[in-house]
Design a protein around this ligand. Structure first.
Ligand SMILES: NC(=O)c1ccc[n+]([C@@H]2O[C@H](COP(=O)([O-])OP(=O)(O)OC[C@H]3O[C@@H](n4cnc5c(N)ncnc54)[C@H](O)[C@@H]3O)[C@@H](O)[C@H]2O)c1
Length: 273
């Protein structure tokens, strides 16, 4: 049982599938939770659900790529709740314009969305959302953090070994694992720890297009993923919660700093043979 009473948590991307579950778990453990998301409806809905369940939460419509907007939210949180103890950098994702159609280059195939056709702006969007979208909130919110605070980034399986088709997302998530180590070192003497969760494969809105056909049948890609996951199933969002609570709990993980923990049913441990 992790007791976060008196702590204030900021969760970005909190209206999304995984981070709404993480935000609710922090609130159930006693934290006051600020939910940041571009999607107004989503962040306010999750905040209302937390409050209805007896927790404390406030939704903020905020783009993690706009520093001035983050600073405004930060000032509001400090005024309202007086501290920032936990930051979960959850906003992130891929974009179709940074995704190749094929896994392997075929010189004969029509050139529509092979590597040479990828839109530089799509690639920049993905880098920006995943890297700057964690960098800027860390700059803004960690500035207010006292000793004993923690930052949690969200990395991915792509960071260990890139997945086919999504070069920008893979490289951007590798940058998140790297940045997690950098922050852990930089803030170590200030008493702020930084670690990352690396979820394996979870069925969510952003990967639905790659995992399921329009009729709901698994795509060949999902079949490959399941074959590469020794536990042979997708993860459930609630299965990330225990690792988050462990990492934010000073008593449980006070000497754990700069790690990236896979939550993946064994995917990253399996060579396929
Ligand atoms: N779903 C998976 O299987 C999986 C696996 C590994 C890592 N991840 C990572 O976990 C995190 C959460 O993913 P998810 O699957 O819950 O995604 P999701 O799409 O359900 O949620 C992402 C949320 O971020 C918000 N968002 C997007 N851009 C934003 C911006 N610029 N500013 C503020 N909010 C913004 C969206 O509105 C959305 O609510 C992401 O970083 C993702 O890359 C997901």
């Amino acid at each position: 049982m992790v007791d976060l009473t008196g702590k204030v948590a900021v969760v970005t991307g909190a209206g999304g599938v995984l981070c709404s579950v993480l935000a609710k778990a922090l609130a159930s453990s006693g934290a006051k939770v600020a939910l940041l998301d571009l999607n107004e409806e989503a962040c306010h809905t999750v905040a209302r659900q937390i409050v209805a369940d007896g927790g404390q939460a406030q939704g903020y419509v905020c783009n993690v790529l706009e520093k001035a907007a983050l600073e405004k939210v930060c000032q509001s949180i400090m005024k309202e709740w007086g501290s920032i103890d936990i930051l979960v950098n959850g906003a992130g994702g891929n974009h179709p314009r940074a995704t190749t159609n094929d896994e392997y280059y075929d010189r004969q195939a029509p050139a529509d969305s092979n590597f040479f056709d990828l839109d530089p702006q799509g690639v920049e969007f993905v880098f920006s959302l995943n890297f700057m979208g964690s960098f800027l909130p860390s700059q803004v919110f960690a500035h207010e953090m006292k000793e004993g605070s923690t930052i949690i980034n969200i990395s991915s399986m792509n960071a260990f070994t890139p997945l086919t088709k999504i070069p920008a997302y893979s490289a951007a998530k590798a940058s998140i694992s790297n940045f997690t180590q950098w922050l852990a070192v930089y803030f170590a003497k200030a008493g702020i720890r930084c670690n990352a969760l690396a979820p394996g494969f979870f069925a969510t809105s952003q990967n639905a297009r790659l995992l399921f056909n329009e009729n709901g049948e698994p795509t060949p890609r999902l079949e490959k993923i399941l074959a590469g996951t020794p536990m042979a199933r997708l993860g459930k969002p609630e299965e990330i919660v225990g690792t988050l609570l462990y990492l934010v709990d000073e008593k449980a993980s006070g000497f754990v700093n700069g790690v990236v923990i896979p939550i993946d049913g064994g995917f990253s441990a399996y060579s396929g043979v």
